[in-house]
Unconditional design. Structure first.
Length: 261
């Protein structure tokens, strides 16, 4: 069933609405990209999806249930959050970090057992990261750390994955590797929602796009429907061209900002 948002409004005070009548849905198997300039309300929207903020109006449903009527444990079983990659304070091993994703499935004061660690290893194998299992999390690359956080979310067993700028601060190669992994999750039945400042990620990897501007939905639909030159120019306030690049007989859409002289 995925995520369903209807007529969502949110304000931090009574005078300023950060989100204004937001409606969209992302079904099982969908990869949805959320685009928009800084300050448009993407982070606030994510906080509402996670149930951390209560909307002023409207509803957020996860797998058919209102997120505000779910317990913390029920939310954890429905949706997993993958933050931007950052160096942890403690140099836990990659396997330890991933195993922590199952904390919500354990009884109070229960320690992870062999079955938990094996499940974490299986998830690392599925992402091609099992060779890093016993490496310190501060001794791997930014891209590997982001995939580690993704693995931690996957062992949580939630079918909805919420990713906040998953390629932020990553180099070109690591950004590509992370997005390629994300792209495969939809085919595995996950509902994936990710925010990005790079329209190219939405053009290439998303099934659907939610474009936000001034707290409202500028457009919502397939990448071809939403990411037009006119919409991107309006969204970011600069001229943007959209072209298709042929690589070995396959066309890839790309967006290019340019100077309007």
């Amino acid at each position: 069933m995925g995520v369903k948002v209807e007529h969502l409004r949110f304000s931090y005070d009574e005078k300023v609405n950060v989100l204004k009548d937001i409606s969209f849905r992302a079904d099982s198997g969908d990869v949805l990209a959320v685009l928009g300039p800084n300050g448009v309300g993407k982070s606030t929207l994510f906080q509402c999806l996670l149930g951390f903020l209560r909307p002023s109006e409207g509803t957020v449903e996860l797998e058919g249930r209102d997120v505000q009527h779910m317990t913390n444990s029920e939310r954890a079983k429905a949706i997993a959050y993958i933050p931007q990659s950052a160096a942890p304070v403690f140099n836990y091993t990659v396997l330890d970090i991933v195993t922590m994703g199952m904390t919500g499935q354990m009884r109070m004061f229960e320690s992870p057992g062999p079955e938990h660690r094996e499940r974490a290893m299986e998830t690392l194998r599925s992402l091609g990261m099992d060779h890093l299992a016993h490496r310190g999390c501060n001794q791997i690359s930014g891209g590997e750390r982001q995939l580690m956080l993704l693995a931690r979310a996957l062992v949580q067993d939630a079918k909805i994955l919420l990713m906040d700028e998953p390629t932020a601060n990553l180099d070109y190669g690591n950004s590509y590797r992370v997005m390629e992994r994300i792209c495969t999750l939809g085919s595995r039945g996950f509902t994936v929602i990710f925010s990005s400042h790079e329209p190219g990620h939405a053009l290439r990897y998303a099934d659907r796009v939610l474009a936000l501007l001034d707290g409202t939905v500028l457009a919502e639909g397939t990448p071809a429907e939403v990411l037009t030159e006119e919409a991107l120019t309006r969204l970011y306030g600069i001229p943007v061209a959209v072209r298709e690049v042929d690589v070995n007989g396959t066309g890839f859409p790309v967006s290019v900002p340019y100077r309007d002289e």
